[in-house]
Design a protein around this ligand. Structure first.
Ligand code: 7TS
Length: 404
């Protein structure tokens, strides 16, 4: 059963007052809060087994290595990845996309094509611009319509035998729209292109099955799934990970080093140079276990209720416009109020203890499409409540009175 009071009790930060008011945390798209079990696991790692991994014969090093590799297997199972070596630890989504795009920058040829979408976060745009600049490949962009849905007819028309990579997000961070990734993956594979899914806003809300999706890469950040910052996962199919060149050179990623030539370690180590965020990697497994215990079906059902409630309540405010419409959305409401700058709304509701994000959300092309400076974004997680949405709605009404 979904016991919201019990869940909230597990997040110490939610008991805080901010500006003299109980915290209402609606900036989960930026980062999620951490349950006690995650906080305890960080402390336990440093208290009991802190040591470097994959190198010591001593007991602590083996304990730390085992815990790190067990976490990799947990995440492999969670994603239904065929092999543990296809699950790479990273520092986050940005790192994962850069690793893949940088590799493709070396594999692509002049005239090849890379397709992204107009709905991407900057971290799924800029690395592909780098790759295209380096290789002479051409960047193409799937447009979106007035509701914020990607135009699949336009996508079909962009695909060609020259398409080598398609990189799109699972869920738009700025609008909350869920993209038709199953269709995109199937169509891209028909022309032989590899597909990277930016799951930064997908992994916190959906149980992802990489085999069912058949994506070539799936990337997400640990800090958005209740784990610490500086953690993340890049899932990649073995064949692609073997084809891609290493990203960082250093310790642990080599087989043999001489001054003439270096050969590389096998997967996953080829992509894991240097001492990683060991505690973070272990605790990411703890956070994934925690979310699985609640259950992603239960999480999705509860968050859908929150989203529908928030959409109805906010739509009823005169002059309020929501960006990103339709049924296929996940846990985000992005909006503006006629005649009021989003930053002013954000500042006033913060005084009432409410955390929302305002601005372009690192997705400037979306703002350009709508010809707006930014939006106010309320993004939800399974520990939020309808009562908190009521507090937000009342605060916005008050802000409107103050500003008009
Ligand atoms: N891709 C998407 C879709 C994202 O939402 C984000 C972060 C990233 C990539 C980058 O993730 P990072 O963990 O490497 O920084 N999105 C947001 C946001 O919406 N507000 O703050 C960060």
């Amino acid at each position: 059963m979904f016991d919201i009071d019990a869940i909230r009790a597990e997040f110490p930060i939610l008991k805080q007052q901010v500006n003299g008011k109980p915290l209402v945390y609606f900036d989960n798209g930026a980062t999620a809060q951490k349950p006690q079990v995650v906080l305890d696991a960080i402390e336990k790692y440093y208290t009991d087994i802190n040591a470097n991994i994959h190198r010591g014969v001593h007991t602590l090093s083996q304990l730390a290595t085992d815990a790190y590799e067990e976490s990799r297997i947990k995440i492999q199972k969670h994603l239904n990845a065929p092999h543990a070596h296809e699950v790479l630890f990273t520092s986050g989504t940005t790192f994962g996309i850069n690793l893949v795009a940088s590799g493709f920058g070396q594999l692509l040829s002049k005239g090849d094509e890379v397709i992204i979408s107009e709905l991407e976060h900057h971290s799924n745009i800029v690395p592909w611009q780098f790759a295209c600049q380096r290789s002479g490949a051409i960047l193409k962009v799937i447009p979106f319509d007035a509701q914020g849905h990607l135009d699949m007819k336009a996508f079909d028309a962009l695909l060609s035998p020259r398409t080598q990579v398609v990189a799109v997000n699972h869920v738009s961070n700025a609008l909350g729209v869920v993209n038709p990734i199953a269709y995109i993956i199937e169509k891209a594979h028909q022309v032989g292109a590899a597909v990277l899914i930016d799951g930064a806003q997908g992994a916190p809300h959906f149980k992802v099955d990489v085999q069912a999706l058949d994506c070539d890469f799936y990337v997400f950040s640990g800090h958005k799934v209740c784990a610490p910052t500086g953690t993340g996962i890049l899932y990649g199919k073995t064949a692609w990970l073997e084809k891609l060149p290493p990203y960082l050179g250093g310790g642990e990623m080599i087989k043999e080093v001489t001054f003439e030539e270096t050969t590389y370690a096998g997967l996953p180590h080829k992509f894991e140079a240097g001492t990683p965020n060991i505690a973070g990697g272990i605790v990411l497994g703890v956070a994934i276990d925690y979310m699985n215990e609640i259950g992603f079906d239960a999480i999705h059902a509860y968050e859908t209720e929150l989203l529908e409630y928030a959409t109805a309540q906010l739509t009823a405010i005169p002059g309020l416009k929501i960006y990103g419409e339709g049924k296929d959305k996940a846990a985000v409401v992005s909006f503006n109020i006629e005649g009021i700058h989003p930053y002013d709304i954000g500042t006033i509701v913060d005084k009432m203890g409410i955390a929302v994000r305002t601005g372009h959300h690192c997705a400037q092309p979306i703002m350009k499409h709508f010809d707006i400076p930014g939006t106010v974004r309320a993004s939800f997680m399974f520990y939020n409540t309808k009562e908190e949405i009521d507090i937000l709605v009342a605060a916005i009404k008050k802000a409107i009175t103050m500003l008009s």
